[in-house]
Design a protein around this ligand. Structure first.
Ligand SMILES: Cc1cc2nc3c(=O)[nH]c(=O)nc-3n(C[C@H](O)[C@H](O)[C@H](O)COP(=O)(O)OP(=O)(O)OC[C@H]3O[C@@H](n4cnc5c(N)ncnc54)[C@H](O)[C@@H]3O)c2cc1C
Length: 458
């Protein structure tokens, strides 16, 4: 359907005609993500404001066989928000109401466009936080749709552990609720768990009931340098084995520390470095600190720096989260792209060694960041702009890293998701592909919801 006709048909479904846009700039903004996949414009962008508007738009799209690609804050990669078959980009950013903050049950009920940091600003004054931290200020709907996680996974897990219930619009435009506010349920198939991580391919999330966590009374950050990645990982394993339950346990390898330290003016000592955040009561955090300091000393850790001051801790984490920015500044004229494999933590030292070798083989620079507590690591790679040959080398490196992770009983993607990289899902779960296709067919028989993502068309 041409954009103007589509706009005319969508406008009556929305409170105001301005909620649908077919202008070039809006369509361009919703045409691409931060991956190397080619942009593709939607025919129209709809800014929904309520669940009933989402339901009406999806029902219309189902009747007309028009693709619908949900859009949160647009911080994801892998082509997930690219409307590869045109149609409607359904932007949920204006559904941004925090509907309930239930301190007794530690729950929040939010619309999908609420940003992670906004929820934390509201929950903080009552001593609660939403702990999943992907670095970017993503929308909670988008975070649920990608099963996001990040630096705090080692203690808190991923989105799947923090979504208690959902309201969704199914592919025929009907509204449905999954889960309850109760902490546990054995009632039938886990539909909440299925929709979390489904990348907008099975339903549109229109409301989330989220689990909040108490803010620890005391938080302490520790930075330690090692002479090798192996020793740093061994130390990380020992810290978890000792039952300290750190909030964050991150590793930057030697070359990466040098780049980040210079970019942020941190004067950190050279060498692979662990960043550890401990938290709890004042007594338990101090006791964990004692344990950690003893364990890192046993593993040959040097230059142990302890930060209790919130501003110093923030500067440390800003630098850790700024690896992409440091690489972008160092390599002008390049797009910085990332990989996201995860291996059993015992395999991490060998996997990181292999990753460095592979980057050299493919003649690509790389920063290496590992969520050392859970075996997930990212290569942050500058890819020369406008050079298809460099893009091809990055693709080769990405495939080689995935092959290596699968050979180590790991996964192709720990937290970013599959998006258009459907070959990775086939390589990882070929034996389950027909079951996954059957799920998609059952919930979205016309294939209108974010087509082309997760599972390649058969
Ligand atoms: C600097 C940086 C660092 C990052 N680090 C991490 C990290 O450590 N861990 C991590 O997990 N991610 C990370 N990411 C990726 C990104 O932030 C996450 O994938 C995030 O969850 C995406 O949320 P979003 O609101 O931007 O979603 P979008 O990018 O808008 O959408 C993501 C997917 O969800 C679907 N979607 C969005 N909203 C809905 C909805 N309401 N209903 C159904 N489907 C929906 C979209 O169709 C798309 O498939 C990082 C990104 C950046 C830029």
């Amino acid at each position: 359907m041409d954009p103007l006709t589509l706009s005319a048909k969508l406008s009556p479904l929305l409170a105001e005609p301005a909620q649908v846009s077919v202008g070039d700039s809006e369509r361009d903004l919703h045409a691409e993500d931060s991956s190397l996949f080619a942009p593709h414009r939607p025919d129209a962008v709809v800014f929904a404001r309520s669940s009933s508007e989402v339901a009406a738009v999806v029902a219309f799209a189902a009747a007309e066989h028009i693709p619908v690609t949900p859009y949160g804050a647009g911080t994801s990669n892998g082509g997930k928000t690219i409307p590869v078959r045109g149609g409607i980009s359904l932007d949920l950013s204006r559904m941004a109401e925090i509907r309930l903050l239930d301190t007794e049950n530690r729950l929040a009920v939010v619309q999908p466009g609420v940003l992670r940091e906004t929820l934390n600003q509201r929950a903080g004054p009552v001593g609660l936080s939403f702990p999943i931290d992907p670095g970017a200020n993503a929308s909670l709907g988008g975070m649920a749709a990608t099963n996001a996680s990040g630096t705090t996974t080692v203690r808190y897990g991923s989105m799947r552990h923090h979504v208690r219930a959902l309201e969704v619009v199914l592919a025929d435009g009907s509204l449905a609720r999954t889960g309850t506010r109760a902490a546990k349920s054995s009632a039938g198939y886990d539909m909440t768990g299925l929709f979390v991580g489904s990348e907008g391919t099975l339903a549109v999330i229109t409301e989330l009931t989220l689990v909040l966590q108490p803010i620890p009374e005391a938080v302490i950050a520790v930075r330690v340098t090692f002479s090798s990645v192996d020793l740093a990982v061994r130390s990380a394993v020992a810290i978890i084995g000792a039952g300290t339950l750190p909030i964050r346990l991150e590793l930057l390898d030697g070359p990466t520390i040098a780049i980040v330290s210079e970019h942020f003016g941190m004067a950190w000592p050279p060498g692979p470095t662990l960043f550890i955040e401990l938290g709890g009561s004042v007594a338990s955090a101090s006791s964990d600190l004692e344990t950690v300091v003893a364990l890192v000393a046993d593993a040959g850790g040097r230059h142990v720096a302890v930060e209790r001051d919130p501003t110093a801790r923030q500067a440390l984490w800003r630098a850790r989260h700024g690896v992409g920015a440091a690489m972008a500044a160092r390599y002008p004229g390049h797009n910085v792209r990332g990989t996201d494999v995860c291996v059993p933590v015992s395999e991490l030292p060998a996997a990181l060694r292999r990753a460095r070798d592979l980057a050299a083989e493919f003649r690509l620079e790389a920063a290496v960041i590992a969520h050392a507590g859970d075996g997930n690591y990212h290569l942050v790679v500058p890819v020369a702009l406008g050079q298809p040959e460099a893009v091809a080398r990055f693709g080769g490196l990405h495939r080689a890293l995935v092959g290596d992770a699968l050979a180590r009983a790991g996964t192709s993607t720990a937290e970013h998701g599959i998006g258009l990289m459907t070959g990775f899902l086939e390589a990882e779960h070929g034996d389950l592909l027909s079951a996954q296709r059957a799920v998609k067919q059952a919930l979205d028989p016309a294939g209108i919801l974010n087509p082309g993502k997760i599972i390649a068309p058969s």
